[in-house]
Structure formats: C-alpha cells, structure tokens
Design a protein around this ligand. Structure first.
Ligand SMILES: Cc1ncc(COP(=O)(O)O)c(C=O)c1O
Length: 397
C-alpha cells in the first residue's frame, strides 16, 4: 500500500506531549510560549500514521475486550530475532532478549545495576539529555568524551581523549549512541571497532543505544556494534526498540540484548519483573513481520524532507550551518554565524515564529549555539515551520 505522509492528522486532545503538553513544557523550561498556533517539532516522535497492518493488529487486540496481565509468546522473541537478522544481518539468541518498558528506563537500570556509585561513565556530548541524567541522578561520575565538529559541522570521535578516559581505573561504562542523537552520525565499522577495543582492553562495559538504527539515509549503512566485534559481544549490551522506527513511543517497548549471562542476571536483579501490555506484544509482532514496506516509504519521505530543508536553509538562511545527517530524523542546526546570543535565537524561534524546537544547550554546553529539529512530520507542516523561522531571521541575512 502507498502511504500519504503529507496528510496532517490533528493530534490535539490525544494526550500527546507534543500537542497537548504545553503546561509541562513550560514548567520544564522548554519554552515560554505554547498555544494553539505553536508548531512543536522538539521531540523524536512522528506526526505520521503508522503502518496499516499495525492498525489492524491493534484493532484485533481491542476487539477482544479484555486487557489483563500478559506474557511474551515465543513468537515475540522470534520476531525480534527475525528483524535484526533480516535488516542488519545480526544474530542473537532468544534468551538474550530482555524486554524493558522504555529505553531511558533500560539506561537507568543498566547504570544502577552494572556500575557502583562514583564510578566513571563515558558519554559523547552533545548527546540525548537522559544520558547525562542517568549518570548524575544515580551518583556516578560523568566523563564527557565530547565529539569534535569540523568546519562543515561533521562530527568525529576524539580517540585520544576517549582512551585516556577509558584508562582511568574508575571508569566502568561507556554509553554509545549510534546513530547519534543529535549529530546524526552513524559511526562506521572502524570507529566502532576502535572504541570497542579500547573499552575491552580497559574493562569498560559498552552500553549501545541503537534505537535509531533503522532510520538512516539511503546511501548509509548501519551496523550494530555487537555485530562488528562478535568476539566482544559479552562485553556489550544493546538497546533496540520499535519506538523510533515505527512511531510507537507510547507503547513502551524496548528490547535489550544482553549476551553475557552474568550481566543479564545482574541487570534483571535490578530491573525486577515487567510484564508486557497486550498492545505491545501485538504491535511488535505486526511491525516486525509486516512493517518493512511502510519503513522503506518512510525513509524515502524523510530523505526528501531533509533534502528540501537543507536546500531551503541554504537559500533563505545561509548562515545556519547544517548538513543532512547520516542517520536519524533529526537535524542539528548551528546558528553561531548570526552573531547573536543563544537567548535571542531562542526568542526569535520559540516566541516570535512560534515553532517549538529543542535548545542545543540541553544536549551539553557543546550545543549552546545549536537548535535541534525533528522532521518526521508532514512536509507541509515542516515547510511552514521553516518559513516562519526564516521570516524572523530575515533582518540578519
Ligand atoms: C538515543 C535515544 N535513546 C532513548 C530515547 C528514548 O527512548 P524511550 O522512549 O524508549 O525511553 C530517545 C528518544 O528520543 C533517543 O533519541
């Protein structure tokens, strides 16, 4: 079936954080302005309808009329295995799959279960903010191996600094984000191999958040780190999810791959038991069996929106430094060339244009002059958002 991603579906009144979360977002300091005219593009959540077979699968679950405690059937684990074998040529055993009601939940469990208070944990900022809070809120020591941007805004790893941080004997964990949110880097096999070798040599456990791995540009390849270095798979814990790929964040379904039985036991001990919702099970079975056709169309649509946005910015806001990311549906825009303060950039976008993005400073001080925009929304909506923003910067051209 051919999907029409240009269709605007009204999400107000559906408990959506994007479209109904004004008060919370104001309280959290995301924005001062939020009203019925706001275009919210701040979070990694799509405004696009999900695959048709998924709608039918969920209808079937609703029609049953009873929503009690549920279990994972064998087919659930087989579907996860099938997806990663087929899409990423990566294999693991059924018993290595651990369900988690969300990736941030899994991240906090991993930090608590597998490190001790004050242990060092490496992250690569600018990065998804809950990486920072999972370390700080659990009393661990944050070690920032900041990514380095070149003139074109292409980020790479400072390996010298990474190795120095890994060598410290208090360092016990590295949380990798690949594809990387917000820079959009998809780390290549050489980079992954090098990071893995340094971690293994220094006994630093790798937590790989790969939940954006299904959404990469057409000319890119994403390889799970545990597939790149199978000899070190006991040293790696990987987060996978249906939430980014199929826009199912509200169903809370993350699958953590833990090969090492000792680590799995420790992780389980801290996590405790979590039974699934029947909606989660039917959703996963549906998308991992019948979602590929939709995903391919979605990727094409996102690629097209990215190309449009980069072209538009080059013409209307050439001072914004931005590139098409290798992966994710996120764009990371550098406003420093305007020579105005981050607060003024914020004011022009959030208050005047009434477009709600995410201030780069939330991803670490490296992002002070950046704004993050998530673009998996109908293109007419994205176009209007960019047009509104461009109008507010016209005087600085
Ligand atoms: C890298 C990364 N990890 C985790 C999450 C959140 O995942 P979940 O909703 O499963 O907690 C996000 C959401 O944007 C993300 O970008």
């Amino acid at each position: 079936m051919k999907y029409n991603f240009d269709e605007i579906v009204n999400r107000r009144g559906t408990y959506s954080i994007k479209w109904d979360g004004g008060q919370i977002l104001k309280n959290m300091g995301f924005t001062e302005r939020y009203d019925e005219d706001t275009i919210p593009l701040f979070t990694a959540d799509m405004d696009l309808p999900v695959p048709q077979p998924l709608i039918e699968a969920l209808h079937k679950t609703v029609d049953h009329r009873i929503f009690g405690y549920s279990v994972f059937p064998d087919e659930y684990f087989e579907a996860v295995q099938h997806w990663f074998k087929k899409r990423h040529n990566w294999e693991f055993q059924k018993e290595e799959i651990v369900y988690s009601p969300g990736t941030v939940h899994a991240l906090n469990v991993a930090v608590r279960a597998l490190t001790q208070p004050e242990d060092g944990v490496i992250i690569q900022r600018p990065v998804y903010p809950p990486f920072t809070s999972s370390i700080n809120a659990n009393g661990r020591t944050l070690l920032n191996n900041a990514l380095i941007a070149d003139e074109e805004g292409y980020y790479s790893i400072d390996f010298e600094d990474f190795e120095a941080k890994a060598k410290d004997e208090k360092t016990k964990m590295f949380i990798l984000c690949n594809p990387h949110n917000p820079t959009g880097r998809v780390f290549n096999e050489d980079e992954l191999r090098k990071m893995a070798a340094i971690c293994v040599e220094n006994n630093v456990l790798i937590i790989a958040d790969e939940i954006h791995g299904d959404i990469i540009r057409r000319d890119q390849t994403f390889t799970p780190i545990a597939k790149v270095v199978p000899e070190h798979k006991d040293h790696i814990i990987t987060f996978t999810a249906i939430n980014k790929t199929f826009n199912l964040a509200g169903l809370h379904c993350t699958n953590v791959i833990i090969t090492n039985p000792e680590l799995r036991k420790t992780y389980f001990g801290v996590m405790g038991m979590h039974l699934p919702s029947p909606f989660t099970v039917s959703a996963l079975l549906s998308v991992y069996h019948d979602g590929e056709d939709w995903l391919e169309q979605l990727k094409e649509y996102i690629d097209g929106t990215m190309e449009w946005a980069v072209g538009y910015l080059a013409e209307r806001m050439p001072k914004v430094k931005v590139r098409i990311p290798e992966g994710t549906y996120i764009m990371w825009m550098d406003f420093s060339a305007y020579g105005i303060s981050p607060d003024e950039v914020h004011d022009r976008i959030y208050n005047k244009a009434n477009v709600l993005l995410e201030d780069g400073k939330m991803f670490g001080e490296e992002g002070l002059h950046h704004q993050r925009i998530c673009i998996p929304s109908p293109r007419p909506m994205i176009k209007e958002a960019f047009e509104r923003i461009a109008r507010e910067f016209e005087d600085l051209k």
